[in-house]
Design a protein around this ligand. Structure first.
Ligand SMILES: [Zn+2]
Ligand SMILES: [Zn+2]
Length: 241
């Protein structure tokens, strides 16, 4: 995150925003590996019917504490992730959320072991935590795949559907613009780089035309606040010239 916020340098002229998407992808892949490990452990417990959890009040307290901490971290991070359009922070939030659910599963396991000790009829509950762990893993795999796909989309420069049309419409609504074409847009981390061509009155002065491009850039920022816009003006021959 710190790295991706670094300004452009001589060999990364668009800045380091893609580092953000790449690190989100790597973190998502690590989450999937963690899930595979959780599934393996859960299946092992289901098959061996062996419970090697030592149930103490201390264990309960530690797990509850970590749930509270991870849940609050996850909430803060996902708010910041939305605010700064950051996939890396989104992946961090997902990571902590996974920790919350895993801790909840462990607590469920501790409770079911205790219940089995107190009421022997509830022995079947011993498998409860393994089943819950499988459920949590399925959930995390699903969310990770969604996030992973979006990081790959960002790395491959895919633009949100309909963005091109919305930008062209907003630009053509600016007085003095006859036509807008060749719109291109790509994300680099949180920054959206946009470039486009416009047909404008060829008889105006360069200063006037430049003023118009500034107006166009402002109009685009109404749609995409963090956009970095480049406008290429082309002369449109009016009838009197
Ligand atoms: Zn053109
Ligand atoms: Zn300028």
């Amino acid at each position: 995150m710190r790295f991706s916020g670094r300004p452009p340098d001589r060999t990364h002229l668009y800045g380091h925003g893609k580092v953000e998407n790449l690190s989100a992808l790597v973190e998502t892949l690590l989450l999937l590996v963690t899930c595979a490990w959780i599934v393996r452990e859960a299946i092992h417990r289901l098959i061996s019917h062996r419970v090697d959890l030592e149930v103490t009040w201390w264990a309960f307290a530690v797990m509850l504490g970590s749930i509270v901490i991870d849940a609050s971290r996850s909430r803060v991070l996902s708010h910041v992730a939305v605010k700064y359009h950051s996939q890396a922070l989104e992946a961090d939030a997902l990571h902590f959320e996974t920790d919350v659910w895993s801790s909840a599963v462990v607590i469920l396991g501790l409770i079911s072991v205790k219940a089995g000790e107190w009421w022997p009829r509830l022995q079947f509950l011993r498998n409860g935590d393994a089943v819950a762990a499988l459920g949590v893993s399925a959930l995390v795999v699903w969310v990770s795949i969604q996030l992973g796909r979006r990081t790959v989309d960002a790395l491959l420069d895919s633009a949100p559907a309909g963005l091109e049309e919305r930008i062209a419409a907003a630009v053509e609504a600016v007085p003095g613009v006859c036509n807008c074409h060749q719109v291109r847009a790509r994300y680099s981390g949180p920054v959206l780089f946009i470039d486009l061509h416009v047909l404008v009155d060829g008889a105006q002065t360069l200063a006037q035309a430049h003023g118009l491009t500034e107006t166009i850039e402002a109009a685009i920022r109404e749609i995409a606040p963090r956009a970095d816009v480049t406008v290429h003006p082309e002369p449109f021959q009016t009838s009197q010239s």
